[in-house]
Design a binder for this molecule. Sequence first.
Ligand code: NAD
Length: 298
Amino acid sequence: MKIAFIGLGNMGGGMAANLVKAGHGVRAFDLSEQALAAAREHGCETFTSASEACEGVDAVVSMLPNGTVVKSVYTSDVIGKAPGGAVFLDCSTIDVATAREVAEAAEAAGYAMVDAPVSGGIAAAEAGTLTFMVGGTDDAFKRAEPVLQGMGKAVIHAGQSGNGQAAKICNNMLLGIHMIGTCEAFAMAKKLGLDPQTFYDISSVSSGQCWSMTSYCPLPGVGPKSPADNGYQGGFATALMLKDLKLALAAADTAGVDTQMGRRALKLYDNFNSETTGQSDFSSIIQMLLPAGQDLSN
Ligand code: NAD
């Protein structure tokens, strides 16, 4: 297939490279010359505008920072520029309302469109092991699926347009909440004189077990290798967790759902983000939750 790829940043760069590896012809565009140079090294053809990249393609994939950028790129440079009948796949994490609005505008102009946000970070984008949660009609999903399979290990249809984004923000709100809960439990265990490894051995096979503990433990030296073992570098940045919690809470307000734990997680990540660069992994919030002076190492 001929595929336009717009947004070749931390995530999009690896995803576009995997589409090339899967045998697609990739026409790439980004505002950054550095990102374009890296894409060329991975076998993409690069262009100086999104509309040029969209010429003659069967599909357009985007991986952009936020809903405002997604709306502006699609309305100015993709809709009406890509050949009629092409399928659009926005893999960015954005708000449900904008995802639905852009898809409606695309469909009104004769295109098919899905929102297909991802679970998995930069390493999964490079390895082609992302999970895609996809919102859109059955027909749009069928057409998008082969493109997404070249970039991920799982592609799941979540229902109507916007439902991919809904799944993403509900999942990440839960992730933010259980990461904070896990950090609090380890902090308290240490303060009560319980060895963190012993607490892990017990809780990881008891009812407190969760992904934040057994796959992504926020304490170094405990559980499988995680960003904590690498000084909280790499992984999923605190600023991105904060972005997703803001999207989740905005959606909760619109839907009239009282997500009190989600609101608390947002407040804590907001405080932590404002005291740091926001670039370290989101599990580093344990540094704020541990009692002052308490050693992180096991
Ligand atoms: P990034 O900032 O590294 O990349 C975004 C890219 O978009 C940049 O290269 C930027 O130059 C480009 N861009 C911005 N405006 C543009 C425009 N008008 N036209 C063309 N290109 C434009 O961000 P990222 O980490 O790759 O994240 C991308 C999306 O993926 C975000 O929505 C993010 O929330 C989501 N996401 C990120 C991660 C992660 O771990 N980084 C994980 C899951 C989801």
